[in-house]
Design a protein around this ligand. Structure first.
Ligand SMILES: Nc1nc2c(ncn2[C@@H]2O[C@H](COP(=O)(O)OP(=O)(O)O)[C@@H](O)[C@H]2O)c(=O)[nH]1
Ligand SMILES: [Mg+2]
Length: 367
């Protein structure tokens, strides 16, 4: 008893003489406790879902509001994800997706020359599980190693190996040309869907579909397409070749899947069975659709836009929200369309406009 009152008196005297030596550490411990435990103690649930807007909260204005606990929960506010014609200024992330059966070095060189900030670019590939795919994978991996050890490396690269069928296994079978086309396009659709659904992140603003055999484009491809601020916009895919007669280098249209629907096309579709598709470029199915490939004007304005109903997959820029809303590549007849043409239809059914740039050329490899 005597000891206790002695200690108490000593303490009171100490506080009177040098208050800071005792009260200082206590106040400090109190502040630390409040800082770390205030948010969890104030909410009833284990984790807090409220925005931290206090003095000390980190990333107050960033996309990731808070990561709790120990990064087990990531919060992304899709309202803060911008998709604007000023994409580079706004540091918008782009996902470039390529289904790849062959590795074409010129494609890789062209990709590396893109002038959009590579720190904002993620790449995604899907390769078929075939011998050709094995070969492409080796070349792609060694190209990636070189690029990623240099300046200008990409933010992230994902390579997927396809679990669905691909053309090699289908070649032996004897089929009607149109049927083969349907099978081939439907396999491509599955590959594209696997690719986009496995690689798109909550931070993706734009998705560029770029085929592995597009070997030449303007360095400003991304910025140029973004500037149009369209949900879906396709470049015009041409091909360089040497004219047999004149021996002159020339260009010719390559991709006929960028088209505008026609009365004739609709009439053909109306007469088809549920599981049948319309494919462009077959004499058996003359659709008389206006094809963007034929609207190229060498003297025309490169930024001329053209509303489309079908797109190819050569070089198409898509606002990521179009995919997020559910637009994918139907592997089944969707309004009698599949793959990229079915995608355009689906985007339109979701309320998005689809455009093409007839005078803006990218070039397909010439085998
Ligand atoms: N993952 C995957 N990609 C493929 C397959 N077949 C073709 N590709 C790629 O898909 C894109 C379009 O195919 P391609 O044969 O060039 O079509 P085309 O240009 O319309 O004749 C290209 O990037 C090809 O490398 C396949 O079976 N699986
Ligand atoms: Mg091709």
């Amino acid at each position: 008893m005597a000891n206790l009152s002695y200690t108490k008196n000593q303490l009171v005297r100490q506080i009177r003489r040098k208050p800071l030596t005792i009260l200082g550490p206590i106040t400090l411990i109190l502040i630390i406790y409040l800082f770390f435990f205030s948010s969890s103690s104030s909410s009833k649930s284990k984790y807090s879902y409220t925005k931290k807007n206090g003095w000390f909260s980190k990333n107050k204005d960033s996309l990731i509001l808070q990561n709790l606990p120990k990064n087990h929960i990531s919060h992304y506010d899709l309202n803060k994800l911008t998709v604007t014609p000023d994409a580079l200024v706004n540091k918008e992330e782009v996902l470039i997706l390529t289904p790849m059966s062959k590795f074409v070095p010129e494609y890789w060189a062209n990709l590396n020359k893109l002038s959009y900030d590579h720190n904002l670019i993620t790449l995604g590939f899907i390769l078929p599980r075939t011998k050709e795919g094995d070969h492409a994978l080796k070349s792609l991996e060694s190209a990636i190693k070189k690029t990623q050890s240099n300046q200008g490396k990409f933010k992230k690269i994902t390579i997927l190996r396809q679990d669905s069928n691909s053309l090699e296994s289908q070649l032996e079978k004897d089929r009607h040309a149109l049927k083969v086309q349907k099978e081939r396009r439907s396999m491509m659709a599955l590959a594209r869907n696997s690719l986009v659904f496995s690689t798109m992140s909550p931070a993706t603003s734009w998705v560029l579909w770029l085929d592995a055999d597009i070997i030449e484009s303007p360095q400003t491809l991304l910025q140029d397409l973004m500037a149009h601020d369209k949900p879906v916009i396709s470049a015009n895919v041409y091909q360089r070749y040497v004219d047999d007669k004149t021996k002159q280098e020339s260009i010719r249209p390559y991709d006929f899947n960028n088209w505008v629907e026609s009365e004739e096309g609709l009439k053909i579709a109306a007469g088809l069975k549920d599981d049948e598709i319309v494919v462009e470029g077959y004499a058996e199915m003359a659709t008389y659709r206006p094809l963007m490939a034929h609207y190229y004007d060498a003297n025309g304005d490169v930024s001329t836009e053209m509303a489309l109903d079908g797109v190819g997959g050569g070089a198409v820029l898509v606002k990521a929200d179009v995919h997020r809303d559910g637009a994918m590549f139907p592997s089944f007849p969707f309004y009698h369309l599949i793959e990229t043409e079915g995608f355009a239809k689906m985007a339109k059914r979701l309320g998005y406009d689809v455009f093409g740039l007839p005078n803006y050329l990218v070039y397909h490899f010439n085998e």
